[in-house]
Design a protein around this ligand. Structure first.
Ligand code: CO
Length: 151
């Protein structure tokens, strides 16, 4: 069975067992001209081979002024990832190149734009302490939420 089919089968099996889990491998997160994601917590199913997150910026301000991304890391690493991202600058989308602490990161987007990232959760643990946040300078302290993996 191909990896894709296996993934689809697992997601389908999870959806059959718990209808509300249908979206557990795929998330849509909204943001705008304020330092805010429209979700405070995301719970993914450990049965997903990959998780896909799409960030939609529904504001009007451009990426230079009010850019946002969606970055995932262990909660303990958030501050350092954000600090190194700020040092890396806009050219690196405020994520240090090759930062092994970053589990996933979208591009930085501005108003009217969307960005997606699909990533493996094979190295994440159920019950682990993960946080999603925005690494645009000054945003990570308020623009963040919990990411959980459930069995
Ligand atoms: Co932001």
């Amino acid at each position: 069975m191909s990896k894709f089919l296996k993934s689809a089968a697992l997601c389908f099996a999870a959806a059959m067992a718990h209808p509300v889990l249908a979206a557990d491998c795929e998330f849509t997160v909204g943001t705008g001209d304020m330092l805010k994601f429209d979700v405070a917590e995301m719970t993914a199913s450990a049965s997903c081979d990959t998780v896909k997150v799409t960030l939609n910026h529904m504001g009007n301000l451009n990426a230079q002024v009010m850019g946002h991304n969606w970055v995932l890391a262990k909660t303990a690493d958030v501050q350092a990832v954000a600090a190194d991202g700020m040092s890396a600058g806009a050219a690196s989308a405020y994520v240090k190149s090759g930062d092994g602490r970053v589990i996933a990161a979208t591009a930085i987007i501005g108003g009217g734009e969307s960005a997606s990232v699909e990533f493996s959760i094979a190295d994440l643990s159920v019950g682990g302490d993960y946080t999603f946040f925005c690494t645009f300078p000054g945003h990570s302290f308020v623009m963040r939420g919990k990411f959980k993996l459930e069995a």
